[in-house]
Design a protein around this ligand. Structure first.
Ligand SMILES: [Zn+2]
Length: 216
């Protein structure tokens, strides 16, 4: 529900940040998130030579056996599948470990790879983890089934991403620590509202079809 005051936006943000670390971690899926994070790091830093201005994330949805990749910046599609296979090797990953989790994996030899950037459009203000979450929800996965998703990122997830994913029991790595400072701006994966932070908490809030609250 879009907020109508900065105060309400701050309360929502605080609730999200406080959700960090509350997720019950089942050892197997969180192991998958760690594996995905290793692979995201290999693709981001080692193979694509990107810097800390952007983040690469992998997601795995166990109910359909799909592997998602997203970057909040340029992600060249050319040779992507080959680079992912290379990243997996570099990170010492066996896809079979992932495919054992959930219902969708049994018949698959390797996951179907989905390049989220190919259909996402503007990636500005989006965090890579939330691009994947939005894409998966747009494919029709209900929020109560998001526990069948694991996300791994090339940098530590921020408190907003980590808090939101914890709320929906999305296994993710590396998770934020409670009390981490939020990044400057963040976009909510379902409402697409933009929240920007300053010293005093939420200083700017923009919901679709509404006037912005505060100033950037
Ligand atoms: Zn984030």
């Amino acid at each position: 529900m879009p907020k109508t005051s900065l105060h309400a936006a701050n309360l929502a943000a605080n609730a999200r940040h406080n959700a960090v670390g509350t997720m019950t971690l089942d050892p197997t899926p969180s192991g998958i998130a760690i594996v995905l994070a290793r692979m995201a790091s290999a693709l981001h830093w080692y193979l694509d030579h990107r810097d800390s201005q952007s983040v690469t994330a992998f997601g795995y949805q166990a109910t359909v056996g799909r592997l998602y990749v997203a970057r909040n910046g340029q992600l060249t599609a050319g040779t992507l599948n080959a680079r992912i296979a290379q990243a997996a090797r570099h990170a010492g990953i066996d896809f079979a470990d992932m495919l054992d989790w959930g219902n969708g994996g049994e018949l698959l030899i390797e996951p179907v790879i989905v390049n989220v950037n190919a259909t996402f459009g503007e990636t500005d203000v989006w965090h890579a983890e939330m691009m994947i979450m939005r894409h998966i929800m747009q494919e029709g996965l209900a929020k109560q089934s998001l526990r069948w998703v694991a996300i791994g990122a090339s940098s530590v997830c921020c408190v907003n991403c980590s808090g939101w994913m914890s709320k929906y029991a999305v296994h993710h790595a590396p998770p934020a620590q409670r009390g981490d400072a939020p990044t400057r701006s963040w976009r909510h994966p379902s409402s697409q509202t933009v929240t920007a932070y300053g010293q005093g908490g939420v200083e700017y809030y923009l919901a679709r079809g509404q006037q912005s609250l505060g100033v950037t």
